[in-house]
Design a binder for this molecule. Structure first.
Ligand SMILES: Cc1cc2nc3c(=O)[nH]c(=O)nc-3n(C[C@H](O)[C@H](O)[C@H](O)COP(=O)(O)O)c2cc1C
Length: 316
């Protein structure tokens, strides 16, 4: 069984992936947040900075992701990225945001299988890299996914990751396990399940529905409980050790942003995103968490976070 970390824009950038691997591990591949395809003459290092070898720990397996609907641009970017040492390049046809879908990108391309075919004709025409796809069940209706899968089955994709929601559902509502099962069953490629695995019980329940699926991608569940991959893989550690591990993880990320971001407000605001996920399993004085949420100064932030870690307990 393989576990993948889902891309979460703004969170799972190189420093996060490196620190995650160092402190928690048990992830077979880290999918990087998408880079939007753009018709630039030169693909600059700034555009690819999250993937540059000097930022990304070479001992972990990272899969870059591209978002767009132009196969020639995908190929152009994929060739430059494969020169950096990456083999698998993921195509995002799942992003649900109206600014993206309105331009027939992300899940907005799912109602147009002919566009997907045209895209893949070019995107899959070079053997320097292999293409994987991260999709949703459809944009509006799971019926759309079946027509897309007929097209995907014609190409030599290395993997198809399915988030078991439609684009219109965004990130809310139930995952549709029945529709996932039918879509996964119609796929000739290796399938990865994605969506709403927040606990070990969620994993067991979903895993029991799909005995033929061996790959799982965790997003928000791994960000709220970074020990979840180790629990799923059977390598859990005692609860009493968890806070100090999370503290070291936090400090690595804080140190990274401190060296990159200018301005105390900027730094404390960035770190607050981290707590949006991490507070869930931390038992502490709720007032401390509220103060962290309200704080706009990095020295005050560090003081509060130290108080929190000194007194907190990890709740399973
Ligand atoms: C804030 C946020 C940012 C995301 N960014 C990306 C992204 O860059 N690329 C992508 O394929 N999916 C992105 N996703 C979707 C996740 O990778 C994942 O498919 C989704 O959250 C469902 O999995 P989960 O329930 O395990 O979180 C994002 C999700 C969230 C909540």
């Amino acid at each position: 069984m393989k576990l993948f970390l889902a891309p979460i824009q703004g969170m799972t950038i190189a420093c996060y992936r490196n620190a995650f691997a160092r402190h928690f591990g048990n992830i077979d591949a880290y999918y990087a947040p998408f880079i939007g395809l753009s018709d630039t003459k030169n693909i600059s290092n700034l555009l690819l900075k999250d993937l540059l070898p000097e930022h990304s720990d070479s001992s972990i397996n990272v899969v870059p992701q591209l978002l767009g609907n132009d196969g020639a641009l995908f190929k152009k970017f994929a060739l430059v990225i494969s020169d950096l040492g990456y083999r698998e390049i993921n195509w995002n046809i799942g992003c649900p945001f109206p600014m993206v879908t309105g331009r027939k990108r992300g899940s907005g391309i799912l109602p147009y299988p002919d566009m997907i075919k045209k895209f893949l004709d070019t995107a899959c025409s070079d053997s320097s890299y292999t293409v994987s796809v991260k999709m949703r069940l459809g944009l509006k209706d799971p019926e759309e996914g079946f027509r897309v899968m007929e097209v995907l089955n014609e190409y030599p994709l290395c993997k198809v990751i399915i988030h078991a929601r439609t684009g219109n559902q965004m990130y809310t509502g139930q995952v549709d396990l029945e529709a996932f099962k039918a879509l996964a069953g119609s796929c000739k490629h290796e399938v990865t399940y994605n969506g709403d695995i927040f606990t070990y019980a969620d994993y067991l329940r979903i895993n029991s529905c799909f005995p033929a699926v061996n790959n799982y991608m965790l997003g928000r569940g791994a960000l709220t409980d970074p020990f979840l991959p180790s629990v799923i893989k059977g390598h859990d550690i005692p609860s009493a050790n968890k806070i100090s591990i999370v503290r070291n993880f936090h400090d690595d990320i804080f140190n990274f942003y401190q060296s990159r971001l200018s301005g105390s407000k900027h730094l404390s605001d960035k770190m607050k995103e981290f707590w949006d996920y991490l507070h869930v399993h931390i038992c502490t004085d709720k007032k401390l968490l509220k103060k962290i949420k309200k704080c706009h100064d990095s020295s005050q932030y560090i003081e509060l976070v130290n108080q929190l870690f000194d007194s907190a307990e990890w709740i399973e």
